[in-house]
Design a protein around this ligand. Structure first.
Ligand code: NAD
Length: 492
């Protein structure tokens, strides 16, 4: 059955579908970056609230700004913005549900004016973002907004025809202000430490390019709550589409699969109101920092710790690597010895339990998350998740062996050939500088680390480079497995 509003009654016999009247939904949230994660996480929480009879004024209108988002617009439009979310348990069982909380999707390049006016509507009270770590357009080391990005320059000159989230959102704020409508809250749900604070810096920096007074107003009047978001959501595959068709009889152009675990810790700072998220299991707190540091340095940095070593050792799926005791032990020792000492106490969380649960989550064979996904855009990931752990340990005299080995494994991976001699497709915005640098490592083993835009001054720290050079040499001469074995023996 093709998924659509008219076929829902038929599908309802097989899979839970929205029980609420979708025609009565109104847009209260405009979301940039409707990918897998938004649909497995924030839209799912809203669907829960709607299923319980609430939040009907908080439906989502999605926005895509990149050319690649045309596909999502077409896929969702064909099926009345409905999609199937399939939760996959380690025991192989599947829990499907048709989600109905997204009511519209706008492809911004077609009609930026419509996107701006949609956000200027008084009914919209939150603009949320999952535009990836790279989407915030700030420099990895200096943290400064990149003002000479051509799209940013364009949006400053022609606000009504904006191409970026910054340009579109800022123009909508300008129009609300002129019309006497209070600003919406900007809610970042990306995996960036202090994601709300980062969003505030980026949006005020952008506004300052238009008008310093506007920047001051954005900084003072717009709320940017920080959040910690967690649910592993791999890229949807053809197999996932086929499974939804064969098992549940639903023809869905773009279903989403994810793990059972889900967590959302959110700062309760919303200037224009918010859905009653607490009724759907969201933790609303005054300070998310302890939770986000825990998640970024344990979960996200561990993803990088398994990604390159796993790939080089010949694994392609995350669970295959995580089920290998050598890898599981390496993750736990990175988390215990290097990451945990950099964390503050996390209210209400048993950290030892959290770490063991992480290894179990990575081992979930149902999810079929790929190491390639974790390796993609590494230059946005390593500096944000792992390098803070390195810097804190260097400052405090803590251990850096394992983190240095992870950075070395990335450098080895970036050479673009695995240990079987097969080519690796390095997906990274900095690919054209990273790959050549990695390929010079034979002659200059520090060539990769010399990139100060990515690594800052780590190359000047002898304690770090000693550990790094050992690991890189071991990766070249003995390979990924033997390097992990040596690290494990070293810790024992
Ligand atoms: P995805 O590739 O499915 O979707 C990414 C979306 O971001 C796309 O719509 C894309 O067009 C948009 N985007 C990328 N760069 C942009 C830019 N410069 N400006 C505007 N939009 C841009 O990825 P996803 O799995 O949905 O993950 C998105 C983000 O969500 C991640 O980068 C991460 O910060 C966060 N997240 C993901 C997961 C996960 O497991 N997938 C878990 C927690 C948090």
């Amino acid at each position: 059955t093709p998924l659509s509003s008219t076929t829902l009654p038929e599908i309802a016999g097989r899979v839970p579908v929205p029980s609420y009247d979708r025609s009565a939904l109104r847009t209260g949230i405009v979301h940039f970056g409707v990918g897998g994660f938004h649909r497995a996480h924030q839209a799912m929480y809203l669907d829960r609230l709607m299923s319980e009879g609430g939040a009907h004024e908080w439906a989502v209108t999605g926005v895509g700004v990149l050319p690649g988002d045309r596909r999502m617009q077409e896929a969702l439009a064909k099926q009345d913005h409905l999609y199937t979310l399939v939760v996959k348990s380690p025991d192989g069982s599947l829990e499907p549900r048709v989600i109905g909380s997204i009511r519209d999707y706008l492809f911004a390049p077609d009609d930026p004016e419509r996107v701006i006016e949609c956000m200027a509507d008084p009914g919209v009270r939150i603009v949320s973002l999952t535009i990836t770590e790279g989407g915030y357009n700030f420099h990895a080391v200096t943290g400064e907004f990149v003002v000479d990005n051509p799209d940013v320059v364009h949006d400053v000159a022609e606000p009504a025809a904006s191409r970026t989230a910054f340009g579109l959102v800022t123009e909508a704020l300008v129009r609300r202000r002129a019309r006497g409508i209070p600003p919406f809250t900007v809610m970042s749900c990306d995996n960036i430490q202090g994601n709300g604070d980062v969003a505030r810096r980026c949006f005020t920096s952008f506004a300052a390019l238009r008008d310093p007074e506007l920047a001051a107003w954005v900084g003072a009047e717009v709320c940017f709550p920080n959040s910690m978001v967690d649910r592993i959501t791999p890229v949807t595959t053809e197999d996932d589409r086929a499974e939804v068709r064969e098992r549940f009889g639903i023809d869905d152009a773009w279903p989403v699969v994810c793990e059972p675990f889900t967590q959302w810790v959110l700062e309760d700072r919303f200037g224009a109101g918010r859905p009653p998220y607490e009724d759907a299991g969201v933790q609303l707190v005054s300070d998310v920092e302890p939770y986000e540091l825990m998640k970024l340095r344990l979960l996200n940095a561990s993803h990088q710790a398994i990604a390159y070593f796993g790939y080089l050792a010949g694994y392609r799926l995350v669970h295959d690597a995580a089920q290998d005791q050598l890898f599981a032990r390496f993750l736990l020792s990175y988390m215990d010895v290097e990451a945990t000492p950099t964390l503050e106490p996390v209210p209400g969380i048993d950290l030892d339990g959290y770490k063991l649960e992480l290894v179990e989550r990575f081992s979930n064979a149902g999810v079929r998350d790929t190491l390639a996904r974790l390796c993609a855009e590494s230059s946005d990931r390593i500096p944000k998740w792992l390098l803070p752990v390195v810097r804190l340990n260097l400052a405090s005299g803590g251990e850096v062996h394992r983190s240095a080995a992870v950075v070395a494994s990335w450098a080895r991976y970036a050479e673009g050939v695995d240990e079987q001699g097969e080519p690796i497709e390095v997906v990274d915005p900095l690919r054209d500088v990273l790959v050549p640098a990695a390929r010079q490592q034979g002659a200059d083993p520090l060539s990769f680390l010399r990139n100060r835009d990515v690594f800052g001054d780590l190359v000047d720290d002898e304690r770090f480079t000693t550990a790094y050079l050992w690991a890189l040499d071991s990766l070249h001469t003995k390979g990924a497995r033997a390097t992990l074995e040596a690290l494990a023996a070293d810790s024992a």
